[in-house]
Unconditional design. Structure first.
Length: 218
């Protein structure tokens, strides 16, 4: 059986978390909600509906969820032509591909956003497939995005590693039975990632690439 390297994208391969914080904060502000930026930061990585529920609560006016999500999408979309890849993100994926790993992305992004992220990474030759928000009914921290990525890769959980930057990533990977690797470039503290299930932690894709021989992706 082959091996799968499953990657989250936002905050893991592309430096977008704080763009999401600013644009979600502005979307909430426009809708009359005061939500602290630090709280938004901790929620980044959840799908739109789950992020709104996490920040506004279950007793919110749910009829406005679509409006909030659309506002965030419009604000964030202004950056699609200049999203910055994290250091060595593309090189890492290409190296894993050369080493025989099947590289699959598992992300809450979809459509034009996902296309913009892939352009930023600039490693389509190394990416076998993508499990996006368009493919699953439940996003992270549910295991479905990671499980779908494994199906796409054709491997079982014990032959896969999931790399992400948030507690939602670590919980999703752990629930899917996959070994989880955390990166700190999304701004989430090491201890939080460890408590959520990370078995190894690196600064960013460049650090993971430099440490590859001693990592779970060796």
């Amino acid at each position: 059986m082959g091996r799968a390297a499953v990657f989250d994208v936002d905050g893991t391969l592309v430096d977008t978390n704080h763009l999401h914080v600013a644009t979600w904060w502005e979307a909430f502000r426009q809708a009359g909600h005061t939500v602290p930026m630090h709280a938004v930061h901790r929620a980044v990585g959840l799908g739109s509906t789950d992020l709104i529920a996490h920040l506004l609560g279950e007793d919110r006016d749910r009829s406005r969820d679509e409006e909030l999500s659309a506002a965030h999408k419009a604000l964030y979309g202004q950056y699609f032509d200049r999203l910055p890849a994290l250091p060595d993100a593309g090189r890492l994926l290409r190296r894993l591909h050369r080493d025989g790993w099947t590289v699959v992305l598992a992300t809450s992004a979809g459509g034009a956003e996902l296309s913009a992220l892939r352009r930023a990474i600039d490693a389509d030759d190394a990416i076998a497939d993508t499990a996006s928000a368009d493919d699953v009914s439940e996003g992270k921290p549910a295991p479905e995005p990671v499980e779908h990525a494994l199906v796409l890769a054709g491997v079982s959980a014990e032959h896969a590693v999931f790399v992400g930057d948030t507690v939602w990533d670590m919980r999703a990977g752990s629930r899917a039975g996959v070994r989880c690797v955390g990166v700190l470039c999304g701004g989430i503290p090491r201890t939080d990632l460890e408590e959520a299930g990370a078995t190894a932690i690196y600064a960013d894709p460049a650090d993971l690439l430099a440490s590859l021989a001693r990592s779970p992706l060796a």
